[in-house]
Design a protein around this ligand. Structure first.
Ligand SMILES: Nc1ncnc2c1ncn2[C@@H]1O[C@H](COP(=O)(O)OP(=O)(O)OP(=O)(O)O)[C@@H](O)[C@H]1O
Length: 457
């Protein structure tokens, strides 16, 4: 599992390296949940390649799919969606050149995948345009996305910063019945762009522009009584210039020739695959060249966890690093979970890393970080659960930095050259502090944050 892999990585590379430095014997046994481990990791400034950790942490894997009895194990050399999720209730096996919805959408390239879907660049042969088709896992609860994006797309005027829905249909396959949503074709997500093109963090001006646009998009979503529920930097996507006039072969060339890896059985029976397993995986396009960055425009995508004010969910699968505390404390959830996530996302857009650790963390460590960072009191109704979380935990844990200290440390003390001033970082800290509040009623709205003069400077 991811956690075993990450624990092993941590054990081998960090503990041995740091234990002597803090004056302990090199064979000291340290429990993985210990604040010491947390401190070592936090101070280590992400020595493990950050993007690989973040990729693992930012994808919520649905717990639902059913395993076929005695399903053989498969391997593939391409880094893409997890193969074991090609099973009943999981992903649909899509191949390049397939046509969907009675021949209307022709699959040309892969543009992404998530815990709940694979996403494909296709040609809409009826309209003569390129579109993105998101093929969801075959679960019954995937219908909210098209409902909510239809509502957002049909409002007048539609938002320039939320993805536009074009069509929706069902696809029946060997793994079940899949909701498919057809969207305007967008470009790379912000997270992948930081990893691929910016070596760690965005230039300040670009970060500010993306922050402002995502706040406008979020305000629009909230004005329509909708909570997004899964706001993070992989769900902010750059728009692309219009490519509809470009012929198919040229279009594929622009996305980069698809790289595929054949799938093999681990038991030595070669390519004898079960139904429901694709013949190959396709690596997602890495979008060369980077023309979209000169006039950056972004949109919010992925409404798979979204909800309306009348249908509050019991829980959310937002990545831990941006998950609102009321979700952790199983309190009432409403659209204001997005304001917390927005606070975390603003921190990450400017510094390149989220304010809270999402990996090798436990709920009590995460909540401790939230308390240090927000300098806010936990609401009384959470105290009982907080005490339960802490039962048996090591109480000698030193308090961590507050939000402003951590923001400045991450921004100025790393290896990257700062291009924002100390004054900018103070103003940014003040804005984030208005969002990272435990009581939802005290969080600033997206509109209020946007009104801060710093966004117009
Ligand atoms: N309209 C689009 N145009 C271009 N790329 C897209 C589009 N929609 C999604 N993508 C890409 O596909 C990836 C996965 O999409 P999405 O986040 O909607 O899937 P998911 O299965 O709901 O993911 P998660 O695990 O985050 O819930 C995105 O990070 C993005 O890079």
């Amino acid at each position: 599992s991811y956690s075993t892999l990450l624990r092993t990585l941590l054990l081998s590379s960090y503990i041995s390296k740091y234990i002597p430095q803090i004056g302990l014997e090199s064979n000291t046994q340290v429990p993985l949940e210990s604040p010491l481990v947390f401190m070592i990791f936090r101070r280590s400034q992400w020595i493990i390649p950050r993007h690989s950790i973040r990729r693992l942490c930012l994808r919520s894997i649905s717990p639902h799919p059913t395993k076929r009895p005695s399903q053989p194990q498969y391997v593939c050399s391409i880094d893409a969606e997890p193969l074991h999720r090609y099973r009943i209730g999981g992903y649909h096996p899509v191949a390049l050149g397939d046509t969907l919805k009675d021949g209307r959408y022709k699959v040309l390239h892969k543009i992404g995948w998530g815990g709940y879907s694979t996403v494909w660049a296709t040609r809409d042969r009826k309209e003569g345009i390129y579109v993105a088709v998101k093929v969801s896992v075959a679960e019954d609860n995937r219908h909210m996305e098209s409902r909510i994006t239809r509502q957002l797309t049909s409002c007048d005027p539609p938002s320039s910063h939320t993805v536009h829905l074009l069509d929706a249909f069902k696809l029946n396959g060997p793994n079940g019945s899949h909701e498919c949503v057809v969207y305007e074709l967008l470009g790379p997500n912000v997270q992948d762009t930081i990893d691929t093109h910016f070596h760690g963090r965005l230039p300040g001006k670009l970060a500010k522009s993306i922050a402002k646009q995502s706040l406008i998009g979020l305000d629009h979503i909230h004005q329509h009584g909708i909570g997004h529920g899964d706001l993070h930097t992989r769900n902010l996507v750059f728009t692309l210039p219009d490519m509809n006039h470009v012929p198919e072969d040229k279009f594929i060339e622009m996305l980069g020739a698809p790289e595929i890896g054949l799938i093999h059985r681990k038991d030595g029976k070669g390519l004898d695959l079960e139904p429901g397993i694709p013949k190959y995986l396709v690596r997602s396009t890495s979008y060369q060249p980077r023309s979209w960055i000169s006039t950056p425009s972004i949109k919010i995508i992925d409404f798979g966890e979204s909800f309306t004010s009348t249908e509050s969910p019991k829980t959310l699968h937002t990545p831990l690093s941006v998950r609102a505390p009321e979700v952790i404390f199983q309190d009432r959830i409403d659209y204001r979970v997005d304001l917390w996530s927005m606070g975390c996302m603003l921190f990450e857009l400017f510094t390149g890393q989220p304010p809270f650790d999402s990996f090798l963390t436990t709920p009590n460590i995460l909540v401790s970080q939230m308390r240090d960072m927000t300098s806010d009191d936990l609401p009384g109704r959470w105290h009982c659960m907080w005490n339960e979380m802490n039962a048996g935990a090591n109480k000698t844990f030193e308090p961590g930095p507050n939000l402003q200290e951590w923001l400045e440390e991450v921004y100025f003390d790393g290896t990257l050259t700062p291009d924002l001033t100390a004054e900018d970082i103070v103003r940014l800290g003040q804005i984030i502090a208005k969002l990272l509040r435990f009581e939802t009623s005290t969080r600033a709205s997206a509109r209020k944050v946007l009104d801060d003069p710093w966004f117009s400077e």
